[in-house]
Design a protein around this ligand. Structure first.
Ligand code: GRF
Length: 208
């Protein structure tokens, strides 16, 4: 039995993925506590959900800092106040500095709404529709210095359907994100993921 682990979740907005992780941790009684939910925006909707559950929240407004480095240093100090075993990026809309990423190497996950390596960056749903793809989806990956890269933990796939708009497609993907992300976070918490040469092995993908 592993000891209780601390999870810190970073959000910038709605926070539906954060909510899915919080609910799964509670319902499945993970050996983990959500130590804090931290946002770079005071108006992030997800902060209310976290506060209502009694989860400590903090806001570190990026606009208060003159440089990316200064913001990331301030954010890191707040995060580290909660002694995280894992940092979960859940719609955290900031490009992170290499020093910040390095500090959390091997213990920071992100979810991105595309089948990486397809469509890093913004507007992924528009891109999949414009390309006429048959499938789209979401990827959970360890965070490395290159945006939306890093060892992939797991993916969820959905079909594109005739008449899809970026909104209908995003909603279909989001439903799957809410299954994919909590499951991946749980695997991390249970020490079931290993990374070797940029490949992630786990319950879904056992080492040969
Ligand atoms: C999700 O689509 C996630 O994949 C992306 O940003 C969105 C965040 O949504 N990184 P929410 O804030 O979790 O509801």
């Amino acid at each position: 039995m592993s000891a209780m682990k601390n999870i810190v979740i970073l959000i910038s907005g709605r926070g539906s993925n954060m909510e899915a992780v919080v609910r799964a941790a509670e319902a499945e009684q993970w050996p983990a506590r959500i130590a804090a939910v931290i946002s770079n925006r005071a108006d992030a909707g997800g902060l209310d959900f976290a506060a209502a559950r009694g989860i400590p929240t903090a806001v570190v407004p990026n606009k208060d800092y003159p440089t990316r480095e200064a913001f990331d240093a301030a954010l890191q100090a707040v995060i580290d106040g909660y002694a995280p075993d894992l940092v979960v990026l859940a719609g955290f809309m900031r490009i992170l500095t290499p020093a910040f990423v390095e500090h959390y190497a091997g213990r920071m996950l992100n979810i991105h709404p595309s089948l990486l390596p397809l469509y890093p960056g913004l507007h992924t749903h528009e891109a999949a529709i414009a390309a006429g793809d048959a499938e789209h989806g979401a990827t959970v990956h360890f965070v490395t210095a290159e945006l939306d890269h890093g060892p992939m933990v797991d993916q969820a796939r959905v079909p594109l359907l005739p008449g899809d708009t970026p909104q209908t497609l995003a909603a279909r993907v989001l439903t799957q994100e809410h299954v994919l992300y909590p499951r991946a976070v749980r695997w991390f918490i249970e020490d079931k993921l290993t990374v070797e040469d940029g490949r992630v092995f786990g319950p879904h993908n056992p080492r040969p």
